[in-house]
Design a protein around this ligand. Structure first.
Ligand SMILES: Nc1nc2c(ncn2[C@@H]2O[C@H](COP(=O)(O)OP(=O)(O)OP(=O)(O)O)[C@@H](O)[C@H]2O)c(=O)[nH]1
Ligand SMILES: [Mg+2]
Length: 256
């Protein structure tokens, strides 16, 4: 496999992936408009141009799109900032408007895997914007907040939405965030485990505040996507559930 330096021209596909030409169902005809600057608008929200996976100057071998989804306030933006910058956004909560993305290249068993991570707005009014991006996603990190029972109860609805808009083989992982907030905890870890088992998805508790399992969540996704795209009879099968269960740390630790 040759290591590529990415090209800057628009519309090029990555070595590992092709971008679907179409968009999510919701976007078709419904409330999609183009403004005078040529930008796409859904329900009045300006959509950022979806960057090509290869549109960066970083070296990588494989590239994938990962989406963060879940109710507003569960900690999607904080999780991404912790992963990308190793910092925690404490203080006042600034809700994401529309959608944003950050890139990070991980070294997975000597293969450079670039994750383009899309941070979506959890607020209901931006839902149609989020729908438009599901189809391009290779993996979804679905978050709830362990201090907010409603965000946990809404996971089922999120999964229904995912099954409607995302591709069939999208990798899904369930994360119970804010595991550091022991005093305010409203959802037991066992409840998260049970729900994840019901839906057959891997699960872990995370904390954007302490960094608990944050690196692991993204690394596990990167490993799974890498193994899927490099399938070869000589490589032993990667088992995402087993990897997560063996590497996961419980609350009280500060793995980052
Ligand atoms: N204690 C604790 N607080 C957290 C954690 N992650 C996020 N928060 C806090 O939760 C609030 C919401 O975090 P965000 O990351 O902005 O939430 P979001 O999911 O991006 O919300 P939307 O953009 O509206 O969808 C902020 O006040 C954060 O400081 C965590 O791991 N532990
Ligand atoms: Mg946000």
């Amino acid at each position: 496999m040759s290591r590529k330096k990415t090209l800057k021209s628009k519309g090029q596909t990555s070595p590992s992936t092709t971008l679907p030409a179409g968009r999510g169902k919701e976007q078709e005809g419904k409330s999609r408009k183009i403004n005078s600057s040529g930008q796409a608008l859904i329900n009045g929200v300006i959509l950022p141009n979806r960057p090509s996976l290869s549109n960066s100057s970083e070296f990588y071998d494989l590239a994938f799109k990962v989406m963060l989804v879940g109710d507003s306030g569960v900690g999607k933006t904080c999780l991404l900032v912790r992963f990308k910058d190793g910092a925690f956004l404490a203080g006042s909560f600034i809700s994401t408007v529309g959608i944003d993305f950050r890139n990070k290249v991980l070294n997975v068993d000597d293969v450079k895997v670039k994750l383009q991570i899309w941070d979506t707005a959890g607020q209901e009014r931006f839902r149609s914007v989020t729908h438009a991006y599901y189809r391009d996603a290779h993996a979804l990190l679905l978050l709830y907040d362990v201090t907010n029972k409603t965000s946990f109860d809404n996971i089922q609805a999120w999964l229904t939405e995912i099954h409607e808009y995302a591709t069939q083989d999208v990798v899904i992982m369930l994360l119970g965030n804010k595991a550091d907030a022991t005093q305010e905890r409203a959802v037991k870890k066992e409840a998260g485990e049970k729900l994840a088992k019901e839906y057959g998805v891997p699960f872990m508790e995370t904390s954007a505040k302490t960094g608990l399992n944050v690196e692991l969540a993204f690394m596990a996704i990167a490993k799974e996507l890498k193994h899927r795209s490099m399938k070869s009879p000589n490589h032993p099968k990667f088992k995402l559930h087993d990897y997560v269960n063996s590497e996961m740390k419980g609350t009280g630790c500060c793995r980052s």
